[in-house]
Design a binder for this molecule. Structure first.
Ligand SMILES: [Zn+2]
Length: 83
């Protein structure tokens, strides 16, 4: 009985070995997967926005958060000079 089990296990091992070899050769024949399109990856990230430098603290911040005062750009109303 153990002999039958041994040969059965061997057959299963050979079967899986051949299957993995076939998969490897198929992968070699196929062209390498194309990298994702840059536009699709950019879509997931927020669109690039112009950055401005605060005249008070020097930190860079998005242009949408700009607080212009006296012709200069500030990161927040607290850094903009009082009028
Ligand atoms: Zn600032």
């Amino acid at each position: 009985m153990t002999r039958v089990l041994f040969w059965l296990a061997l057959a299963v091992l050979v079967y899986f070995a051949i299957r993995s070899k076939l998969k490897q050769s198929q992968r070699r024949q196929q062209p390498p997967p194309q990298p994702p399109q840059p536009s699709s990856s950019v879509r997931q990230v927020a669109p690039p926005e112009a950055m401005l430098c605060c005249a008070q603290c020097g930190v860079y911040f998005p242009a949408s958060e700009n607080v212009p005062a006296n012709g200069r750009d500030y990161c927040s109303p607290a850094h903009a000079p009082l009028k």
